[in-house]
Design a protein around this ligand. Structure first.
Ligand SMILES: Cc1ncc(COP(=O)(O)O)c(C=O)c1O
Length: 387
């Protein structure tokens, strides 16, 4: 995937819209323009059918019931609704919430916002490989813990948390489990029952769907009661008011369906590509370090540190490839990555790190070119700066 010969390798920031998804969306932007909430005529009904189909497609991918899927504007909103909505419901009991240092900002900020309601928040550390320590989690859960929010796949380093184990611990303790699956949905197998997940956040644009759409899975159980964060016409079971966007919803559903059809093959293909890429890089940059567990990892993400090399300079010198120094959503906040530092990476090494993300439309040839571009830029910088 190229724009003016630039190779796109920032698949964790966003993914290109798959043309097959666009084709499903188009009728809802033109002739099928009805408001799905208009229950008195055909225009409303046909738009509403788009929501029904997509709800089924999204639910199927995580082993849920269609009625347990609420459409939102994206994973940011889903995370806000899940965390703030749940804690607000139980606020009178001043409950406890647990999350993790390496979570996305929208989880961390939502968690911290619940303090205003009188909630108590614990933010757990991670091990050097980016994974949580299950004993530490177990020890942190208290009788008043209402919610544990832990992501599936990390957006900066690609590590996959042990969801089944986490779910078992959380359920045994009688708390609820929220999982930010923005980088996992459609990429790795997820099963809300097997993993004891009560709330799960989904984003459309990470799986070749449109931006501005996401979903929240909410288990149909009395304890999982959310306070709406958006009031109005009572759409989405009264939990997320505002006219739904049938074109975007249909796009999310189509993207979910395509992802499920292709999941296993795509994983194998990306695994092979990652191995080839790492080999090419490490053959030439011997001091290169890979951040995060190699064993529990989504293969389309590689976060590397090249000691002493300036990451920003490296990005400037590798303009033929679109990579990033970390989370796009946190790029307004300058400074070294808090995620890497949570792994114990020094501030200096964190500044010498870049994230390479690849996916459905990346070719071997593009990755080879990207590796060569990084190798040349590192060599040049080392010579220039006498490193
Ligand atoms: C782990 C994670 N959570 C949440 C989000 C926010 O998703 P959205 O862009 O759909 O609001 C992102 C996007 O970068 C993400 O990577």
């Amino acid at each position: 995937m190229t724009a003016n010969e630039t190779i796109y390798l920032d698949y964790q920031a966003t993914t290109p819209l798959d043309d097959r998804v666009l084709q499903v969306m188009l009728p809802y932007l033109t002739q099928k323009f009805g408001n799905p909430h208009s229950s008195t005529h055909k225009f409303g009904w046909e738009a509403d059918i788009a929501l029904d189909i997509a709800r089924e497609q999204v639910a199927e991918l995580i082993g849920a019931e269609p009625k347990e899927i609420l459409f939102t504007s994206g994973a940011t909103e889903s995370n806000n609704l899940a965390i703030k909505g749940l804690m607000e419901t139980w606020a009178a009991k001043k409950p406890h919430l647990i999350t993790v240092e390496t979570e996305h900002k929208c989880v961390l900020e939502s968690a911290l916002a619940t303090k205003k309601l009188g909630c108590d928040v614990t933010i757990l550390p991670v091990n050097a490989d980016g994974l949580i320590d299950l004993d530490v989690l177990e020890g942190a859960i208290r009788p008043d813990t209402a919610l544990v929010s832990i992501m599936a796949v990390n957006n900066e380093i690609g590590v996959i948390q042990p969801l089944e184990d986490i779910g078992r611990i959380v359920k045994k303790a009688g708390a609820l489990f929220h999982c930010d699956a923005a980088q996992a949905f459609g990429k790795i197998p997820l099963d809300v029952d097997l993993m004891h997940i009560d709330l799960l956040s989904i984003s459309g644009h990470k799986i070749y769907g449109p931006k501005g759409i996401g979903a929240l899975y909410k288990r149909n159980a009395r304890a999982v009661t959310l306070t709406p964060q958006m009031n109005g016409g009572g759409q989405e079971a009264g939990l997320r008011s505002g006219t739904q966007a049938p074109a975007l919803v249909a796009g999310l559903g189509a993207a979910a369906k395509l992802a499920s059809e292709d999941m296993r093959q795509e994983h194998t293909r990306l695994q092979g590509m990652q191995e080839r890429f790492i080999k090419r890089l490490t053959n030439n940059i011997t001091d290169l370090k890979i951040n995060g567990s190699m064993e529990h990892r989504w293969p389309g993400n590689l976060n590397i540190t090249i000691p002493k090399v300036d990451g920003d300079l490296l990005l400037a010198d590798t303009r033929m490839i679109a990579v990033s120094s970390g989370a796009a959503c946190a790029s307004a906040v300058s400074g070294p990555s808090y995620v890497l530092q949570a792994l114990g990476v020094s501030e200096e090494d964190a500044k010498s790190s870049i994230r390479i993300g690849f996916g459905r439309f990346t070719t071997d040839e593009e990755l080879d070119k990207a590796a060569d571009c990084i190798i040349t830029a590192v060599k040049d910088q080392k010579e220039r700066r006498c490193l």
